[in-house]
Design a protein around this ligand. Structure first.
Ligand SMILES: [Zn+2]
Length: 291
């Protein structure tokens, strides 16, 4: 009888542990979708019945997946053309506070940010503070002169110069500890954003851990990067090695086709599907197909 009680107890304990693991996973990623599918990549065939597309120099240097770091500077065409002032525009800030009145960002990115903070608000996390957005050359130069090479990048080498990145803080304390920081680390990939400079990737990014710096790359790329623990440098290398992949994120299927510089003459886009293009700032192009 005693043994029977022990076995029942053990089974109950294992059940409780399993349920907690499941809840933890739901919280970590994909509560609005099937977490097992989110961001897992499969190799597929290249686009077969596509239309060839001649890529112009301008188009090659545009898009949400441009890599900007110490080796790849911002090109003028890469700067988002829809940079706007955020001050007095709650539809673009989602109720986040602004550190000052001069903060600017790509309008498209700001709308994604507002959707993300609205979701955080539903989880009771609503003390976001935007401390920096788009910086033009003069602002980046001033920051570099003020903070030095250890804390800032020279003009033309910062993602902030693209309009795709923003520094997000919390009015409740340090981002590494505040609920806002923890929520974003767990959930931002679902809204197209990535924590660009994680603690365990400093050798690859060349930048120390920045729990406040988020970069917009768009879906499904953010989910793939998050699921596979890749920073942008690693993600582009992965695509270079495995240029035709598919994935499911939030119940939606995507195909991704990468064209390295020496394959641009073969670039094709699907005839009957929505797609978007982005350069990678290394001479390659990513075609994202929405199925
Ligand atoms: Zn930043």
């Amino acid at each position: 009888m005693k043994k029977w009680g022990f076995t029942t107890g053990l089974i109950l304990l294992l059940l409780v542990v399993a349920i907690f693991k499941l809840i933890e996973r739901q919280e970590t990623f994909g509560e609005r979708s099937n977490p097992a599918e989110d961001g897992i990549v499969r190799t597929i065939a290249p686009i077969k019945k596509g239309e060839h597309l001649e890529i112009t120099e301008e188009r090659l240097n545009r898009g949400d997946l441009l890599l900007v770091n110490r080796d790849y500077p911002v090109r003028p065409q890469g700067v988002k053309s829809d940079v706007v002032d955020l001050f007095g525009q709650p539809e673009l800030t989602g109720g986040a506070s602004l550190l000052d009145g001069g903060i600017r960002l790509s309008r498209e990115v700001a709308l994604k940010f507002a959707a993300m903070t609205a979701a955080a608000g539903e989880d009771g996390v609503d003390h976001f503070l935007i401390s920096s957005g788009y910086r033009d050359e003069a602002e980046q130069s001033a920051l570099y002169a003020e903070k030095g090479a250890e804390y800032a990048l020279p003009a033309g080498y910062s993602e902030h110069n693209l309009g795709l990145s923003l520094d997000i803080g919390s009015t409740e304390g340090k981002m590494s500890e505040a609920a806002e920081g923890r929520w974003l680390e767990r959930n931002s990939a679902r809204y197209g954003f990535v924590l660009r400079y994680p603690a365990d990737k400093t050798e690859i990014t060349g930048i120390g851990f920045e729990p406040w710096h988020f970069r917009y790359v768009g879906l499904p790329h953010s989910a793939i990067m998050r699921t596979n623990n890749l920073v942008l440098e690693e993600y582009l290398d992965m695509l270079d090695e495995d240029p035709d992949i598919s994935t499911t994120v939030g119940g939606r299927d995507y195909e991704i086709h990468y064209y390295a510089p020496d394959r641009l003459s073969k670039l094709s886009v699907p005839a009957n599907r929505d797609y978007s293009l982005s350069g990678d700032n290394r001479g390659g192009v990513i075609v994202t197909v929405y199925l």
